[in-house]
Design a binder for this molecule. Structure first.
Ligand SMILES: Cc1cc2nc3c(=O)[nH]c(=O)nc-3n(C[C@H](O)[C@H](O)[C@H](O)COP(=O)(O)OP(=O)(O)OC[C@H]3O[C@@H](n4cnc5c(N)ncnc54)[C@H](O)[C@@H]3O)c2cc1C
Length: 366
């Protein structure tokens, strides 16, 4: 039986661990903190292929969306995935760009339509029409969002039911390599774990995890800043994207907010807290769209780093120069995880080269 170590239990590591365990591999997942304790725990997690180009990356993300929907047949219920759709309007200078995007997506058979204000208010009656003005409104019925930690836990638990082992609070300090082959990993506490294959799923920490023992894929990480309301009196059921801010439900009436321009105002080093000006500004923006939730203050603010390979695309597969080592690092992991987990497991167990991954090999960086 193939003995495989998966390092990192975010959405990516748990997805591949589940698929490998299902295929009969002996899987050990080693995680520095807890399941979903990394980037997956602080993600807007909109499942989509909306802004994804080139075509191969769009197709990969569509495969991710389909894989999330298909898990319902496998698990009976998928309480971690919400396919509620997404509403989008923009400021006038962006109308031409939005129209071009919608046309491209239609030509690629993506589910998208224009709706009017009346239709929007039927979908989301709490939105103030004044916030939209006369902007065109795009509706993406198959977009949705993921609760990534709930998903990662479900995948990990399913893998464990199939015999996989999970070790949390186990930080890997290095790769054991001999004669150009990965043989296992060494933990910070000095334990060694041997395997036929090591899969590095440590996201933004991928290079730190292996150091110079494996060739490093260059990353271009960006900072992400999210703000959370307390439970508010609004029945929002969808992802909403607007020039004022983006938001979506986050359970029990809470809303999660993101606004691209706010990302640049924070860093993980300075830390964030719900009392900070940037958090208050985002919630004030939200009340322009949902006036019925005022007065309200932020309940939480979180910052983290997106794990993005330098060219913005996924890096999935073997890494030249080191055998028995497989890397999986990507942005859009909330969308891609179930598809990437299945594809990677297929390659590893069955020795296939998945054509969907041809453009996303780590080898392009070397
Ligand atoms: C603000 C923000 C918004 C986002 N929005 C979206 C979105 O709308 N849609 C979308 O699809 N994606 C989105 N993403 C991206 C998505 O969240 C990530 O691609 C995904 O979470 C990456 O998952 P992962 O499993 O690769 O990494 P992680 O979740 O970071 O998992 C890596 C794990 O490795 C562990 N680890 C690290 N080092 C070690 C070590 N040495 N030893 C053992 N374990 C280790 C960590 O503790 C962590 O649990 C967003 C990201 C951010 C930050």
């Amino acid at each position: 039986m193939t003995k495989i170590i998966v390092v990192g239990a975010g959405v990516i590591g748990t997805s591949v661990a589940y698929r490998l365990a299902r295929a009969g591999a002996k899987v050990t997942v080693l995680e520095a903190t807890r399941v979903g304790g990394g980037t997956s725990g602080i993600s807007f997690a909109w499942t989509n292929a909306n802004n994804k180009t080139p075509r191969a990356y769009f197709d990969l993300n569509v495969a991710g969306m389909r894989a999330h929907a298909a898990l319902k047949d496998e698990f009976g219920a998928t309480p971690w995935w919400h396919g509620g759709g997404r509403i989008e309007w923009r400021d006038q200078p962006e109308w031409a760009g939005q129209k071009a995007k919608v046309e491209r997506l239609k030509s690629w058979d993506y589910a998208v339509d224009w709706i009017d204000r009346k239709q929007l208010l039927e979908l989301e009656p709490d939105i103030a029409p004044e916030a939209i003005g006369d902007a065109p409104i795009a509706w993406y019925p198959n977009d949705g969002w993921l609760d990534p930690v709930v998903y990662a836990h479900a995948m990990m638990s399913a893998a464990q039911r199939l015999g996989a082992t999970l070790r949390t609070q186990t930080r890997i300090a290095g790769l054991i390599a001999e004669g150009g082959k990965a043989k296992g990993v060494r933990s910070e506490r000095g334990e060694t774990f041997h395997a036929d294959l090591v899969i590095n799923c440590t996201g933004r920490w991928s290079n730190d995890t292996v150091g110079s023992a494996a060739p490093n894929v260059p990353l271009a990480p960006t900072v992400g800043f999210l703000v959370f309301t307390p439970p508010v009196p609004a029945g929002i059921q969808r992802v909403v994207a607007s020039p004022i801010c983006d938001f979506r439900p986050d359970g029990a009436g809470r809303l999660m907010l993101h606004w691209g321009s706010a990302d640049a105002t924070v860093t993980p080093e300075i830390g964030v807290n719900p009392g900070m000006e940037q958090a208050a500004d985002l919630v004030e923006r939200l009340t322009r769209i949902l006036p019925g939730i005022a007065p309200v203050k932020p309940e939480a603010a979180r910052v983290t780093i997106r794990p993005i390979p330098k060219d913005g695309l996924s890096a999935i597969g073997p890494v030249p120069g080191l055998e028995n080592y497989y890397l999986m690092v990507t942005h859009s992991g909330a969308t891609l995880s179930p598809a990437l987990g299945a594809m990677a497991a297929d390659e590893i167990i069955n020795g296939r080269q998945r054509p969907e991954l041809a453009d996303f090999r780590p080898s392009r960086f070397f």
